[in-house]
Design a protein around this ligand. Structure first.
Ligand code: MG
Ligand code: MG
Length: 262
């Protein structure tokens, strides 16, 4: 069942999303060769708690850490550990922030030092796919406009769009209805309506779309070992269109211009 949110609840999610956005800015200054994913987790947890909020992934279905940290061929749900980041790696950081009874969900992929141009392209395509998809959000639009946009855009570059994991409603819980796949699906004729809050999160592989889960029960990796990127924002459907809740308001104009958003 889709649970709509009130204006007040959406504002609380925005407050949480702003904490996540500030966290990502801070992480950009600490993600360098030599840091471990466990250290990034620790930094993130302290940052979130300093903002009187709670990392909502910690303990969720038994997840042991505050963030998901997915390196290189890891697509999502990587568990922070003693792994030391190397020059040329890419790392996806995914974070849920709980405060005031509401949750925001967002992710960014970071370059570790200098990366190969093809990896920069992978990151650019994934981030662009996210904002192209967000641009389609408005009341009455079919859910399929989101996934269809991601699928069409990424396919042009012959990159693999992961299908087994998807975006979702969010707010009261980490995961709510509806599912928001990154491709067209049968139930995708469902329409968006004001008050819906959804996490849109393309996961795109440089190679094939196929994936499997490691023995740790969490980490999703590509079958062919190709690297994968992940970008995510929590977005509210408004009376007129979209409202991105996990970007600081002062950064929105720049984002809209960069990605040519309406
Ligand atoms: Mg997430
Ligand atoms: Mg999510």
């Amino acid at each position: 069942m889709i649970k709509l949110k009130t204006k007040e609840q959406i504002e609380q999610i925005r407050q949480n999303g702003i904490i996540a956005s500030k966290l990502f800015k801070y992480l950009k200054t600490v993600i360098y060769p030599g840091i471990t994913t466990m250290e990034i987790d620790r930094i993130a947890e302290v940052f979130i708690r300093d903002h009187k909020a709670i990392p909502s992934f910690k303990g969720y279905e038994g997840f042991p850490c505050s963030i998901c940290a997915s390196v290189n061929e890891e697509i999502i749900h990587g568990i922070p550990c003693k792994r030391v980041l190397q020059e040329g790696d890419i790392i996806g950081i995914d974070v849920g922030v709980l405060k005031g009874g509401m949750i925001s969900d967002s992710a960014r992929t970071f370059a570790v030092g200098e990366i190969k141009p093809e990896l920069q392209k992978l990151m650019d395509v994934t981030e662009t796919a996210l904002y192209k998809a967000i641009s389609k959000v408005r009341p009455g639009a079919p859910l399929n406009d989101i996934g269809g946009t991601v699928e069409d855009y990424a396919s042009q570059f012959r990159m693999g769009v992961v299908r087994g994991y998807c975006g979702h409603g969010v707010g009261f819980e980490n995961h709510e209805d509806p599912e928001v796949p990154n491709y067209r699906f049968r139930q995708g004729k469902k329409k968006l309506m004001p008050g819906m809050v959804i996490a849109i999160e393309p996961m795109i592989n440089l190679g094939d779309k196929d994936y499997f889960v490691l023995d740790d029960g969490w980490t999703v990796v590509t079958v062919d070992g190709s690297y994968s990127a992940h970008f995510e924002n929590t977005v509210a459907v408004t009376e007129k269109g979209y409202d991105i809740l996990t970007i600081e308001p002062e950064d929105l104009a720049e984002i809209k211009a960069k990605f040519k958003m309406p």
